[in-house]
Design a protein around this ligand. Structure first.
Ligand code: ADP
Ligand code: MG
Length: 355
């Protein structure tokens, strides 16, 4: 016999729903920053300056020199599913820019204090707007919620303060701001290596020097050297792989048999978004197995471009997981090319030591 009283079903308050949805997209400060970096690169920026306080929990600020946002678009900016990047469902299959769902800024505004300062090249002034729960908010109680004119340079500055201030359980789960900063600097490094023609700086608030600084004109090899060191950069081989049958093109830099580390470093981009793939990682590790000493692993930077019609970008709200058609064939083709290069380098090394 069950004594449990019957409870009525009720709709959740929209504020609660939005907070839950936002918490699924933005799990840690690094996820907010990743979205902001992608937006800045999408906007055609050649300079990204990032400022971080307390592992991004207190402050995440990113200043770009991209196209800016028009004043009249500022009221829509943080509404869910507002985007300048797609208009139809079909667009989802032909999108070439990074973001595509218009959810990032909306999500951030539900779990942090968000301020946007932006200037297009045609505007004589910059506009500053504050956001709360998807809507324009007054800078101080009693003031108007409208954007206000301020002095500023072309481009956009996004300021995210007190992330998870209204999700105390999540906020408390972050024990170490240092760990969060490490995730941030790793992600900034990934985009700094991948984003040709874009300069990056990343700084901890209160420190005089940058934790990372990459010039806009630096080559990919320079970028890897500055971030991962010469021991990696000196042993890189070029990788170019493509096959029209599977609609893909891969470019990368991978270490040769002279280099190895305890754990694989895989910087993987699919259609210019940093993603994880245990399938690709395993296949690459398998390829290196016979070329590296036992327990040794490679450094791999791989940029994979796949016909957008073959990529399912709609798999998960975080978009960290991407699936595509002919995954096995594509991975096999890339690994075969890596193997060929490794074997070639290995042979020339054998010749050198023999002569
Ligand atoms: P999405 O990137 O999926 O479109 P976002 O919420 O990340 O959604 O951004 C919403 C819109 O705001 C973008 O489509 C873009 O028009 C504009 N935007 C965001 N960040 C920037 C930026 N740094 N520079 C210029 N426009 C931006
Ligand atoms: Mg975006």
């Amino acid at each position: 016999e069950n004594d449990r009283p019957v409870r009525r079903i009720r709709a959740l308050d929209p504020g609660v729903v939005n907070k839950i949805a936002a918490g699924e997209i933005i799990v840690a400060p690094v996820h907010a920053l990743k979205e902001l970096i992608e937006n800045a690169v999408d906007a055609g920026s050649t300079s990204l300056e990032i400022l971080v306080k307390e592992g991004g929990l207190k402050l995440l600020q990113i200043t770009d020199n991209g196209c800016g946002i028009q004043r009249d678009d500022l009221s829509l900016l943080c509404e869910r599913h507002t985007t300048s990047k797609i208009t139809t469902f079909e667009d989802l299959t032909s999108i070439s820019t990074y973001g595509f769902r218009g959810e990032a800024l909306a999500s951030i505004s539900h779990i942090a204090h968000l301020t946007v300062t932006t200037k297009t090249k045609d505007s004589s002034v910059a506009w500053r707007a504050h956001y709360l729960d998807g809507e324009l908010a007054p800078p101080k109680p009693g003031q108007p919620a409208e954007p206000r004119a301020v002095a500023g340079r072309p481009g956009t500055q996004i300021t995210v303060e007190d992330l998870f201030y209204n999700v105390p359980a999540r906020r408390r789960a972050f024990r170490s701001p240092a760990d969060e900063f490490n995730k941030i600097i790793d992600m900034v490094g990934r985009y700094a290596i991948h984003s040709k023609g874009v300069g990056f700086t990343c700084k901890k608030a209160g420190e005089s020097s940058n934790s990372l600084a990459i010039q806009a004109q630096a080559t990919v090899n320079d970028r890897i050297r500055q971030i991962y060191g010469s021991s990696v950069a000196n042993e890189l081989i070029d990788l170019h792989s493509s096959d029209d049958r599977w609609g893909f093109k891969a470019d990368g830099l991978v270490t040769n048999a002279n280099f190895n580390i305890k754990k694989t470093t895989l910087l993987l981009f699919i259609n210019h978004r940093s993603v994880e793939s245990s399938v690709i990682k395993k296949a690459i590790e398998q390829t290196y197995l016979s070329y590296l000493p036992k327990g040794g692993h490679p450094f791999v930077y791989l940029s994979l471009e796949i016909d957008p019609a073959r990529v399912d970008v709609n798999v998960h709200p975080t978009k960290r997981e991407v699936h595509f058609l002919n995954e096995d064939e594509i991975v096999e083709a890339i690994c075969k090319d890596i193997e060929t290069k490794l074997a070639a380098v290995d042979t020339s090394r054998t010749f050198m030591t023999q002569s």
